[in-house]
Write a protein that binds this ligand. Structure first.
Ligand code: BDR
Ligand code: CA
Length: 313
């Protein structure tokens, strides 16, 4: 099977690192480049972390610097979850440097020039994607599809209503969710319920001689210990790799076209993905058309298999 051309946009923290290695080691994907955005940590740290990941992946892929802040306001970074450097505070600085082209230019250029339609995978706030769509509206026809780790179906994690990637830049999310690019949304709930890994998966990866698998084992161990120290003792949930898995093999998930609006105002709900799940909405006749393919369930056994087979191959 020919490889699918893909650009990944990310804010490399711990789960982004797993997701990047998963995509970079997949034989079905041709990663054209990785664009970076401020999110879990500052852009500078995100670039550093992404370069480290690419160096461990055994692949040669460009890392492009993107937006250093959301479209509006400031945001709260996520060192509590990802460590002070955003990636578990354990890796030395990379030897490689980022590319000179800006992420937004790269997203536009690769989509407009590629002989076959490009796909996008987003793992962070949607700032770069919104800027690209605003600069070049023809992207709506050129990008075949995008899979996003974004939002919640009923709840959030950064606030009770809003998930981190949308909470950081709700205006950008609104631009993206309104676009005509075919979109799949991986919200926190199907990931919490279906996309976890077991401690023995982490041990198997840690024991591997392959630098990419070993790195994942290190990150999983770090996260397990950190979360245990916080009082949580549950299976290993990593958010971003779930989006990679669904991109590689959509048949591991159940999904449904739904209407999703982004709340950009809201005293308590700014950054919420308002998912219309009303069974009778079609009977009303005047409702906006469903705009997003929302993943509702992930088959855990198949998810783990795909992840481990790809990384341990
Ligand atoms: C998302 O927020 C970030 O902290 C993770 O990297 C993931 O992309 C989960 O809400
Ligand atoms: Ca992320």
């Amino acid at each position: 099977m020919p490889q699918r051309d893909l650009v990944i946009d990310c804010d490399t923290g711990v789960d982004d690192a797993l997701a990047l290695l998963f995509a970079l080691r997949s034989t079905s994907l041709n990663v054209l480049g990785i664009t970076t955005v401020a999110g879990n940590v500052t852009l500078e740290k995100v670039i550093r972390n992404t370069l480290i990941v690419v160096e461990r992946s055994g692949r040669k892929v460009r890392v492009l610097p993107g937006a250093a802040r959301p479209l509006f306001g400031t945001w709260r970074t996520s060192e509590l979850v990802h460590g002070n450097d955003g990636m578990a505070d354990m890796f030395p600085d990379p030897a490689s440097k980022p590319g000179e082209e800006h992420a937004v230019d790269f997203l536009i250029r690769t989509a407009m020039q590629s002989p076959q339609p490009v796909e996008w995978l987003t793992q962070g706030p949607l700032t770069n994607i919104a800027l690209a769509l605003t600069r070049e509206p023809r992207l709506e026809e050129r990008v075949r599809s995008m899979v996003m780790m974004a939002g919640g179906i009923t709840a959030g994690n950064t606030t009770p209503a809003a998930e981190f990637n949308v909470a950081v830049d709700p205006e950008a999310a609104e631009i993206v969710f309104r676009s005509r690019i075919p979109k799949t949304m991986l919200a926190i709930e199907p990931i919490d319920e279906g996309a976890w890994l077991m401690p023995e998966d982490g041990e198997q990866l840690l024991a591997s001689k392959a630098p990419w698998a070993h790195m994942i084992g290190q990150l999983m161990q770090w996260q397990r210990e950190r979360f245990k120290a916080f009082g949580a003792d549950k299976p290993e949930v990593m958010y971003d790799p779930a989006a990679t898995a669904v991109l590689i093999d959509p048949s591991i998930a159940e999904s449904k076209m739904m209407h999703v609006a982004i709340e950009t105002q809201g005293r308590f709900t700014r950054g919420m993905t308002v998912v219309d799940r009303r069974w009778f909405r079609d009977l009303l006749g005047d409702q906006p058309k469903p705009n997003v393919n929302v993943v509702t369930r992930i088959d855990n056994a198949r998810y783990r298999r795909l992840f481990l087979d790809t990384l341990l191959a």
